[in-house]
Design a protein around this ligand. Sequence first.
Ligand SMILES: [Zn+2]
Length: 370
Amino acid sequence: MTALYHCPACGANPPADRPVWRCACGSHLNLMPGDGLTRGDIDAAEASLWRYRAALALGRPPRVSLGEGWTPLVERDWAGAQVRFKLESQMPTGSFKDRGTAVMLNHLIEVGVGPIHEDSSGNAGSSIATYAASAGLPCRIYVPATAPRGKIVQIAASGAEVCVIPGTREAVTEAALAALGTSFYASHNWQPFFIEGTKTLAYELWEQLGFRVPDNILVPTGYGSNILGLDRGFDELARHGEITRRPRLFAVQAANCAAFAAAWNNLPFASGATIADGIATVKPVRATEVLAALRRSRGGVVAVPEAEIAPALRTLGRLGLFVEPTAATAGAALSQLFHDGTIRPDETTIAVLTGHGLKATDKIAELLAI
Ligand SMILES: [Zn+2]
């Protein structure tokens, strides 16, 4: 059965039977609520996110996979408490984006996509370029000139065309929009099948904790695809009666560029520079949905001061968790939430480490004065 989109602006429900990135009215589209699965539907022989294929809105088995998902969940001491770190940094391309990319590209291939392009601060670009290469799809990625060199090299090595755009992150998006007539805009920030992929993070945490939900999940957040994916996944599990409560979701932002923190606290938003390049988002596409998901979970938004990112990165590194500065914000947020009593040491807390340190060795060297 063909999945249906839902447009939150005009209420249209177009079928997901062709490559589209937004509604005819100009709004973003979402997928209708999914059927989800019960624990008996899990394909335990599959050591990847495809173990949850029964819950995915795809018509056919995947054509392209690099074994994404089923990432390690490791426990470490943080400020005297036991915290579980979800190593999304160990995905095939070194970031959490591969969950969304794998599902989105398999959908787009199913509905007959041709050449694609995308704009990205780096990680989504590397992910989409890599999966496009695996699928044999021509691909062009627009990146900001300030993106870490490791990410740009990764995109180029996959054979994708790299277009480096000077100026702001918004200028990069504008360049991608200007190319609309030339190839399909496979935007991870717009296309809702990306969130269909990130929802497997909820299933995976639930299964890895012995079919229990944690109390708190902290996620470095730019556009919010992991927050929306977690909300969607836990919602499906709750509707099946597999879980009876929901974890609190905390979106972690860099205080220098914190659109969600501003909206959460009803403060004006001003964007500045941050070393956490992966979450420096000025205009998140699904801002309303992300804020609603955070509210529904009784979680919140944590804004991390710039000066706390380097110490968190150093501490994580000494725990054997080598991550990029964007991911290190999760460590800084842990300290903040423990310190102010929002989360307690006896609760089950997950910190999602979204990207690998090898992505950004130039910036890390600068940050740690190596
Ligand atoms: Zn619409």
